[in-house]
Design a protein around this ligand. Structure first.
Ligand code: AMP
Ligand code: GLY
Length: 452
C-alpha cells in the first residue's frame, strides 16, 4: 500500500489518504500512547501494532524494543505533569498505562480531566494495589475469600496481635514497595523484627506507615487478568509466574523469571469462581463506594484444589505474564481496551488462540542484586527467525546497538500446540541470544506438567 503525502490532522485523528489498486480509501489512524518501559509495555506495543486499525504508537519512555514499533518519548512513567503536557498537545485517542506507580499517583484522573481516554484505573480504584489494607478491607466487605488478617499502625499492638496467627505468618507493608514489601516470617522473632523494621524504622518509608498481618496460605499460585469496564468482566487465560531467581523456586525473589499460559491449576471451575465470587463482587463493592474500576484487575490467587483465595490485587497487567497472555489474544487490542474505557465490554470481543505460550526471562549477571549495564546483546534476530517473539525488558540503544539497561533484560516467548512444545521452542530461542553473564531459569512451566 502506498501512502500519499497528503496527511492532515483532524480532531485528534491523523487522516491519511491511501492509494489502493483501485481508487482511494480514507483511513483514520488512531494515536495510542503506552506508558512504561518493560517487557510488558513492549508486548502491549507489539500486540497493538498488529491491530487492523494500524494505530500510530508512542511509548513513554519505552526501550530499545518499543523503539522498533513506536516513537519513544523521553518522559518517565512517573512524571505525571510532563505526560499530561504531552497528551494535551498531541491528543492521543487512547492511553494505556503499564505500571502501578503512575496509576496509584492518579495519572488516569489527570488525563481524564483533559478529556482523554485512558485504559487503567483511576487513583481511587488503583488503591486496590496501592494500599494492601484498603484492598483487604474491600475484600472483606465484598465477601471475597482471602487470608484472615488484621491491620496495624503501632508495632506493639501488631506484636501482641501475632498471638492470633500461627507460623509462618505473613507481614505486608501497606503501600507500594517495588515487590519487596511482603515478609513471610517463619519464627516469632522474624515476625517481630519485620514489624519493627516496617513500622518503627520505616524500612519502606511512607509505604510502611501501616501493615497487614495475615495467615499463611498454602497451595499453588496463579495470575488471572480480569478486563473490567466498571460493570462487565472478561477474564483472560490464567498464567503462572516464577518469582524466585533459581530453578526449583530457590533463591531470592525477583520481578518474575518466566511465565506460561494457560495454567492448568486454574481449572474452568476456578476461573468461573474468580469471575463470579471475586472480581464481580469487588467491582460492585467499589461501585457502592462511588469508585468505577476500568482497566485490568490482576488477581494473584492461591489455589488448592477447588479452594481459591486472593493473595493480592494489582491494578495493571503482570510482568512477565503479559508476554504470554497478550500474544494469546487473537482479536485486535484497541477495540478491547476501548470497550473497557467506554463501558461496552463483552466476551465476543476477546477471541483467543488455541496454542499454549511460554516466556523465559533472560537476566543480567547479578540480578536480582546489583548488575552491570551496557552489555551488548546479540542473537535476537536469530531467535525471532526460530519462531520466537523477543520482548525487551531492560534494554537501551547505544550507538545503534542494543545493550542491557536493566536486571530483567529480555523475555523470549514461544507458542506451541501444547505447553511442552512451547517450552522447547522458547528455550531454543534463548539459546540463540547472548550477552555476557546472561542467566535464566531452566524449569519454566515444569510445575504445569504434573497436570498434563
Ligand atoms: P503479594 O505482593 O501480596 O502478592 O505477595 C507476594 C508474594 O508473597 C505472593 O506472590 C506469595 O508468593 C506470597 N504471599 C503473599 N501473601 C501470602 C499468604 N497469605 N500466604 C502465603 N504466601 C503469601
Ligand atoms: N508478575 C507479577 C507482577 O507483575 O506483579
Amino acid at each position: 500500500m502506498l501512502w500519499e503525502n497528503s496527511s492532515l490532522h483532524f480532531s485528534g485523528f491523523l487522516v491519511l489518504t491511501c492509494r489502493k489498486r483501485r481508487g482511494f480509501a480514507m483511513l483514520l489512524l488512531m494515536k495510542v500512547l503506552v506508558i512504561g518501559n518493560g517487557g510488558r509495555e513492549h508486548a502491549i506495543i507489539w500486540k497493538l501494532a498488529q491491530d487492523r486499525c494500524t494505530p500510530e504508537l508512542f511509548c513513554a519512555p519505552g526501550n530499545a524494543g518499543t523503539a522498533t514499533l513506536a516513537t519513544n518519548l523521553p518522559i518517565a512513567a512517573e512524571d505525571i505533569p510532563a505526560l499530561v503536557t504531552w497528551a494535551k498537545i498531541n491528543r492521543p485517542d487512547l492511553t494505556v498505562v503499564g505500571p502501578e506507580a503512575p496509576l496509584c499517583a492518579g495519572l488516569t484522573d489527570a488525563l481524564e480531566a483533559e478529556g482523554l481516554r485512558v485504559f487503567g484505573p483511576c487513583r481511587a480504584a488503583a488503591a486496590l494495589e496501592g494500599s494492601k489494607a484498603f484492598s483487604k478491607e474491600v475484600m472483606d466487605a465484598a465477601g471475597v475469600p482471602t487470608a484472615r488478617f488484621h491491620t496495624y499502625t503501632d508495632s506493639a499492638k501488631a506484636i501482641a496481635g501475632l498471638e492470633e496467627f500461627g507460623l509462618p505468618v505473613v507481614i505486608k507493608a501497606d503501600g507500594l514497595a517495588a515487590g519487596k514489601g511482603v515478609i513471610i516470617a517463619k519464627t516469632r522473632k522474624e515476625a517481630e523484627s519485620a514489624l519493627h523494621d516496617i513500622l518503627d524504622k520505616r524500612r519502606f518509608g511512607q509505604a510502611g506507615t501501616e501493615v497487614v498481618v495475615e495467615s499463611f496460605l498454602e497451595g499453588e499460585e496463579a495470575s488471572v487478568f480480569a478486563l473490567c469496564d466498571g460493570e462487565h468482566v472478561v477474564l483472560l487465560p490464567a498464567a503462572q509466574d516464577h518469582k524466585r531467581i533459581f530453578d526449583n523456586d530457590e533463591g531470592p525473589n525477583t520481578g518474575g523469571m518466566g511465565a506460561y499460559t494457560p495454567a492448568p491449576v486454574a481449572t474452568h471451575e476456578v476461573m468461573l469462581f474468580t469471575k463470579e465470587k471475586i472480581v464481580l463482587p469487588v467491582l460492585q463493592e467499589l461501585k457502592r463506594r462511588g469508585i468505577v474500576y476500568r482497566g485490568v484487575l490482576f488477581c494473584g490467587l492461591m489455589i488448592r484444589g477447588k479452594d481459591v483465595q486472593v493473595l493480592e490485587f494489582n491494578c495493571r497487567f503482570g510482568d512477565p505474564e503479559t508476554e504470554v497472555v497478550l500474544p494469546s489474544i487473537a482479536s485486535d487490542l484497541v477495540p478491547i481496551f476501548s470497550a473497557c474505557v467506554d463501558g461496552t465490554l463483552h466476551d465476543e470481543l476477546v477471541q483467543l488462540r488455541t496454542e499454549s505460550a511460554t516466556t523465559i526471562v533472560m537476566a543480567a549477571p547479578g540480578y536480582p542484586g546489583s548488575y552491570p549495564k551496557g552489555l551488548e546483546i546479540s542473537g535476537v534476530t536469530e531467535a525471532e527467525a526460530a519462531g520466537c517473539h523477543v520482548f525487551h525488558a531492560g534494554t537501551a540503544l547505544r550507538d545503534g546497538r542494543v545493550v542491557t539497561a536493566g536486571g530483567r533484560v529480555l523475555t523470549v516467548t514461544a507458542f506451541g500446540k501444547d505447553l511442552r512444545e512451547a517450552v522447547t521452542k522458547a528455550y531454543e530461542g534463548v539459546n540463540q541470544i547472548h550477552f555476557e553473564g546472561a542467566h535464566y531459569r531452566h524449569d519454566i512451566a515444569a510445575k504445569a506438567f504434573k497436570y498434563l
